[in-house]
Write a protein that binds this ligand. Structure first.
Ligand code: UD1
Ligand code: CA
Length: 465
């Protein structure tokens, strides 16, 4: 790759057709802002510098993406694409090749950009174009008799004849910085939109004898810009289908590739081994690691989760910031909250919520429980309806449960509290003091029986009359 490449991403436009208070480039595709897709692609080019022109929405845009080491340049008034690029030029080296990208064209691929940069070759102007059945709204590529590119004409400035041209400008181009600087300084805004058009530099390049070449892409999704929420949704579905195809190629079974959402990049944040089966309507978000032999049931959400070999997540489960070791089973209707670590062969069943807790090896929390701030040993059995009372209204407290303990159903463990190894808690107990190893501990009033007759319908009781 060129060692003096500089990328300029245009992202100052208003995006009024989104009808949103959020700047357009911060709307998300696959869980990431549109602009982030473009920035990440640009950074893959390993250029000298990446500049982003922002404006509409003000500091919200750089603030939302401050994790990236890029040069943010403000365009305080949006006077056109040429004006936008001009704002950056004082920061650009004279010997650089400049690549122009758009913040609202998120799916451009690396190899396309590499081809375009190679075509520019340090001294030429190369332009990414495409042919559309319906070219409406785009700048048209005007070619001479012998097929050489002569100019770009914006639709609003085009003659009727020019409007019939189907080859359109993607907006993405690579060109030498030094010449670009000169051309930009000569731009005028005497056109239909009263803007300084970047596209006018094409005709200037031709006039100056700089070679202009077009790279025609067949893949319209790569250069599709987002102006409306409808277009955003269309591109999202396209992207998701591509991600699903990637997973299937890697040996993952998807019950329906049209019904999975992957919010993260496969191979980077999202790693799924072969022979994993994923049922319909599953959302995978953030850092996901799924080992071989796992199955994920329908309608599950996994956000930052690690699953060891052979884990089963049953339908309708919600898993966030959790580690689930091999052969565990979760759900249906389970909620694993941040800080949950299930050790091998553990089970969390239906209507169980777990937070910041270790569920020890082979331990079971099968039904209707809340386990929070708990360290649980191995082979523990937690009865239905058990609650760790971890919060006193101000502070959180720990519960410790030893190996082989058995907690009877409908018990409350009032933290801080320790239940010893091998201890048994009688059903329905409220345990507020430590329960010793190997003993039965229970808090229960004696059961009693009273002779009593149920009131009969329509007969007032004697006591009250
Ligand atoms: C532009 C091209 C057109 C091309 C189309 C492809 C020009 C004059 N026209 O038209 O040939 O077919 O893209 O989608 O370049 N922006 C700024 N500052 C500004 C104006 C725009 O940063 O002052 C940014 C926008 O945020 C956007 C990009 O530049 O990311 C394109 O601007 P937009 O107004 O959408 O250009 P189009 O009219 O679509
Ligand atoms: Ca415009």
């Amino acid at each position: 790759m060129l060692n003096n490449l500089e990328v300029i991403i245009l992202a100052a436009g208003k995006g009024s057709r989104m009808r949103s208070t959020l700047p357009k480039v911060l709307h998300t595709l696959a869980g990431r802002p549109l602009l982030q897709h473009v920035i990440e692609r640009a950074l893959q080019l390993e250029s000298q510098k990446t500049h982003v022109v922002y404006g509409h929405g003000g500091e919200a845009v750089p603030a939302a993406l401050d994790q990236f080491a890029i040069d943010w340049v403000e365009q305080s008034e949006q006077l056109g694409t040429g004006h936008a690029v001009e704002q950056v030029m004082p920061h650009v080296d004279d010997h650089a090749t400049v690549l122009v990208l758009y913040g609202d064209v998120p799916l451009i691929e690396l190899d396309t950009l590499q081809q375009l940069i190679a075509m520019s070759d340090g001294s030429k102007l190369s332009l990414l174009t495409l042919k559309l059945e319906n070219p409406q709204g785009y700048g048209r590529i005007v070619r001479s008799q012998n097929g050489a590119i002569e100019a770009i004409v914006e639709e609003k400035d085009a003659t009727d004849l020019q409007r019939t041209i189907c080859e359109v400008n993607s907006g993405i181009m690579a060109l030498p910085a030094k010449q670009l600087r000169g051309w930009l300084s000569r731009l005028e805004s005497n056109n239909a939109q009263g803007e300084f058009y970047l596209t006018d530099v094409i005709a200037m390049a031709v006039a100056d004898g700089v070679e202009v070449s077009g790279l025609i892409t067949e893949d319209s999704y790569q250069v599709a810009g987002i102006n409306t929420r409808n277009q955003l949704a269309t591109l999202e579905r396209h992207y998701q289908l591509k991600q699903a195809e990637k997973l299937m190629e890697q040996g993952v079974t998807l019950r329906d590739p049209a019904r999975i959402d992957i919010r993260g990049e496969i191979g980077r944040e999202i790693n799924i081994a072969a022979d994993v089966t994923i049922d319909i309507n599953v959302i995978l978000e953030g850092h996901i690691e799924i080992s071989g032999g796992c199955t994920v049931g329908a309608n599950c959400l996994l956000r930052n989760a690690r699953l060891g070999q052979g884990v089963t997540i049953e339908a309708m489960s919600h898993v966030e910031d959790a580690t689930i070791d091999e052969q565990c089973s979760v759900g249906p209707f389970a909620r694993l909250r941040p800080g949950t670590h299930m050790h091998p062969h553990a089970k969390v069943g239906n209507f169980v919520e777990v937070k910041k807790s270790d569920i020890g090896e082979g331990s079971k929390v099968s039904h209707l429980s809340y386990i929070g701030d708990t360290t649980m040993g191995s082979n523990v059995n937690i009865g239905a309806g058990t609650i760790t009372c971890n919060y006193d209204g101000v502070n959180k407290h720990q519960t410790i449960i030893g190996d082989n303990a058995f907690i009877g159903s409908d018990s409350q463990l009032i933290a801080p509290v320790t239940v010893g190894a091998g201890a048994t808690i009688g059903a329905g107990s409220s345990i507020s003091r430590d329960a010793p190893d190997e003993q039965l501990t229970l808090t229960r009033t004696q059961q009693k029986s009273i002779k009593w007759r149920r009131p009969a319908k329509g007969k007032p009781s004697k006591d009250k009359s």
